[in-house]
Design a protein around this ligand. Structure first.
Ligand code: F6R
Length: 611
């Protein structure tokens, strides 16, 4: 999704802006641009379709230098990816704006502004902001005053940054629905939609809150809240290594993040397990009192996070007896829901900024839920700030667009939730809990073992390189794991992949199976294994090639058209976490073989902050 970077300094900011944009590349985008003010040349810009490297090349050929600038990566929503639609947008030659989000009333504003004589040079909603601001400046010459007046007329979501040749000692910023953070330097200050963009220049950040407007100067910062009151926002110091944004020895961020899983799962467990039980306080001081009242759980999320919720349903109902519903946020938010009494509303999100999940949470607030809980990877995100309870996963920044370590840490968080609810409600036997806690302690080691199968999985990936369709099968809690495996494969290798509960095969999808359709299955050694084996016979009988990730104690043999990959034994309830690893590796290797852009697959964005 779109990214914003801004800088005001004593030095030339051009390289800082480009480096910031590169660090935001992981979010997905289709064009990039920069506007820089210099005393001799005024406000000038450069924009390019495609990668930031193309913009960098343009700047090498025709440099822009100055001590004030804003930059942007755009992911097209209103208007095709083109140079004319790329940000920054200008009004006249003196005023430039970059914007993330969507202005819903842009058509109406466009008509009003046209009637005032403004000429539009793009199809974007953003251009209405810059002309509106220009118009406001006629009566309110201070940039901050004009911006305060302009945002009152904007409906929708925005994180935006403004610079003006008439007031070249400041950047103005406004946030409503799209995150913005100010980076504090020494005698220089910065702005970005994600602190990752600024980690090379500072480790001190001030997050803007909803409705805030900020005036950022070289040596000062002023913030007004939605009511126009001057406010101080807390400065947050980052301690985490700036190297999180580097690939290190790995060829892709996705591979690095797959291999980080033992470490980040360990971190997610840290401080949350007692000797033989999960610590309910990990969910916040009011958790124990609230959990004691929970009689129903509603989970809402999108994409991979939704799949984590689907796994959790099996855990919650089996271990706590509490009924659980799981729904994708884009559906839930527009539905009239019948809320069960004493329902806990749980959202799951890596970014905590996914528009549909946030909207669902906001709707839920007035729908009669007992309380809201966010399981999220970003502590400063809107989802976390707007939820009653939080459990932060400790996956660290996830750069690859395809979610990997976020998913497994979400599963860990959801299992901790299950244990905590079961404990507080008295529905979970203490010996069952103790065994699971013990198994959780071994989980990072189990994940290491699964990662050690990388070469085997790489060899198997060759079977997929020339295929156009695949089927993923699972039973029980492995069904959502199969769904996640199919999502990974389709998003990064562009091979059509579908997931089915194995028992559904004969009710339709079996008609598709032939030698051109590999079938991937996850088969832990549990009470569903025998049933799964007969489903696999159904596939073999139709000539389908089988790839089975099976517990090595399950006695499944290789044979013609059957490729068995042996997995280490694991507590059955933890199997969904373990079996996710080979499926991630499989998608990764197939994508590498196909030569796709693994970290930034086509048409996708990391953080979906618009509907
Ligand atoms: C898939 C993927 C997406 C996200 C989804 C929700 O690999 O990354 O499906 O899981 O967009 O994002 P978050 O978890 O940030 O709410």
């Amino acid at each position: 999704m779109c990214g914003i970077v801004g800088a005001i300094a004593e030095r030339n900011v051009s390289a800082i802006l480009i480096e910031g944009l590169k660090r935001l590349e992981y979010r997905g985008y289709d064009s990039a641009g920069v506007a820089i003010y210099s005393q001799d040349g005024g406000l000038r810009r450069s924009r390019r379709i495609g990668k930031v490297a193309a913009l960098e090349q343009a700047l090498a050929e025709e440099p822009l230098a100055g001590r004030l600038g804003i930059a942007h990566t755009r992911w097209a929503t209103h208007g095709v990816p083109s140079e004319a639609n790329a940000h920054p947008h200008f009004s006249g030659s003196d005023l430039a704006v970059v914007h993330n989000g969507i202005i819903e009333n842009h058509e109406q504003l466009r008509e009003q502004l046209k009637a005032l004589g403004y000429v539009f040079s793009s199809e974007t909603d953003t251009e209405t902001i810059v002309h509106l601001l220009h118009h406001k400046l006629q009566g309110l010459p201070e940039l901050a005053d004009a911006l305060k007046a302009a945002v009152k007329e904007l409906h929708g979501a925005y994180g935006l940054a403004v610079i003006s040749a008439a007031q070249p000692d400041r950047i103005l910023a406004a946030r409503s629905g799209s995150p913005l953070v100010i980076g504090l330097g020494l005698g220089e200050n910065f702005l970005a939609s994600d602190p990752l963009a600024l980690r090379q220049v500072t480790d001190r950040f001030v997050y803007l809150e909803e409705g805030d407007i900020a005036e950022i100067r070289q040596a000062s910062l002023q913030i007004w809240d939605a009511e126009g009151r001057s406010v101080q926002r807390e400065t947050v110091q980052f301690h985490e290594g700036a190297e999180a944004a580097e690939k290190g020895e790995y060829r892709h961020f996705m591979l690095k993040e797959i291999h980080e899983q033992p470490k980040v799962v360990q971190r997610t467990l840290e401080g949350r397990l007692g000797s033989d039980h999960a610590l309910v306080q990990a969910f916040g001081p009011q958790a124990a009192e609230l959990f004691a009242r929970v009689r129903n759980v509603q989970i809402v999320a999108c994409g991979t996070s939704y799949h984590a919720g689907m796994v959790a349903r099996y855990w919650l109902e089996e271990l706590t007896g509490i009924p659980c519903q799981v729904e994708v946020a884009s559906e839930f938010r527009y539905r009239k829901v019948a809320v069960q009494p004493d329902s806990l509303f749980v959202t799951i999100s890596q970014s905590g900024e996914t528009a549909d999940t946030l909207a669902a949470l906001r709707n839920a607030k007035s729908a009669g839920y007992l309380a809201s809980l966010a399981i999220c990877n970003v502590g400063t995100s809107s989802l976390v700030r707007e939820s009653d309870l939080t459990l932060l996963t400790q996956a660290g920044p996830e750069i690859g667009v395809a979610s990997t370590k976020a998913f497994t840490t979400q599963l860990v968080g959801l299992l901790l939730l299950t244990l905590s609810l079961g404990r507080v409600r008295g529905t979970l036997a203490t010996d069952v809990e103790a065994k699971l806690v013990e198994a959780l302690r071994h989980l990072p080691g189990n994940l290491e073992e699964a990662l050690a199968m990388d070469k085997t999985v790489e060899r198997i990936s060759v079977l997929f390189a020339d295929k156009h369709h695949t089927l993923f099968l699972g039973r029980g809690a492995q069904y959502p794991v199969a769904m996640e495996g199919a999502l990974k494969l389709k998003e990064i290798s562009y091979i059509h992949a579908e997931a089915y509960p194995a028992g559904e095969l004969k009710h339709g999808p079996l008609a598709l199976v032939d030698s051109n359709m590999p079938v991937v299955t996850v088969a832990p050694n549990n009470e569903l294994l025998e049933k799964l084996k007969s489903n696999l016979q159904e596939v073999r009988a139709r000539g389908g090639e089988l790839i089975v990730f099976a517990d090595r104690t399950a006695a499944m043999d290789n044979g013609p058209g059957v490729h068995v990959v042996n997995m280490p034994p694991i507590h059955d309830l933890l199997a969904p976490i373990l079996y996710t690893i080979p499926l991630q590796l499989l998608s990764y290797h197939v994508a590498v073989l196909k030569g796709t852009d693994v970290d930034q697959p086509r048409n996708l964005a990391k953080s979906v902050t618009v509907e």
